[in-house]
Design a protein around this ligand. Structure first.
Ligand SMILES: Cc1cc2nc3c(=O)[nH]c(=O)nc-3n(C[C@H](O)[C@H](O)[C@H](O)COP(=O)(O)O)c2cc1C
Length: 186
């Protein structure tokens, strides 16, 4: 697939099924992520892969934490426990925030975000579906602890990836003029 087509025709896909991407495809995804712009080459981003039974284990951690906070309906319990099972592969993108005289915190998070976007595009180019999610799980202390996310790190994305089993939604049409103006300085 042409690069411009991959970038401009990508849509997020929420319903994803087995099989998981091959090891070769996963390697491509990470090589794409590693080409994210990175001010001062700080390498702020690292990644975890979650597949198979590990997805249920993390869902259980999230469920246990939430059930200690409130009474959950059976439906909600099921939803939390199966949160990660919405795709055969979940990549957790983590940003390590470091003090740097020229690179503020936001730039470090943006670098990880650029890596995640590269992975979304690479997944699309390989015919895989993917969606970037965060939500309460990204903030959960129990989830952070279970994943080994340190106090100076942030979960920037849960990237759900798998096969597309439904017709992808249409690419929205956005008029350039609605978001782009020429600034002339006059
Ligand atoms: C930082 C970030 C976090 C997001 N978190 C969620 C999320 O938790 N759940 C969700 O359904 N979509 C989330 N989204 C939005 C989807 O990834 C997606 O962009 C949106 O559904 C629009 O689809 P599109 O990418 O096809 O335009 C998030 C997007 C970003 C950039």
């Amino acid at each position: 697939m042409d690069a411009i087509e991959a970038i401009t025709r990508r849509v997020s896909v929420a319903q994803l099924t087995d099989p998981a991407p091959s090891q070769e495809q996963i390697d491509v995804l990470f090589q794409a992520a590693f080409r994210a712009p990175d001010h001062a080459w700080m390498r702020p981003s690292r990644y975890l892969t979650i597949e198979g039974d590990a997805r249920q284990r993390l869902g259980e951690v999230f469920y246990q934490e939430q059930s200690a906070l409130e009474t959950l309906s059976a439906e909600k319990q099921q939803k939390l426990r199966n949160m990660l099972n919405r795709a055969p592969l979940v990549i957790v993108a983590i940003t390590k925030i470091q003090d740097h005289p020229k690179v503020p915190r936001d730039e470090q998070i943006l670098s990880t975000g650029a890596g995640v976007q590269n992975m979304l595009i690479a997944a699309h180019a390989m015919g895989l579906g993917a969606i970037w999610r965060t939500g309460a799980m990204a903030e959960s202390q129990a989830v952070r602890d279970a994943l080994g996310v340190a106090s100076d790190e942030l979960i920037t994305a849960f990237l759900y990836i798998g096969q597309i089993n439904t017709k992808p939604k249409p690419v929205p049409v956005v008029a350039t003029a609605d978001y782009v103006q020429a600034w002339t300085g006059e």
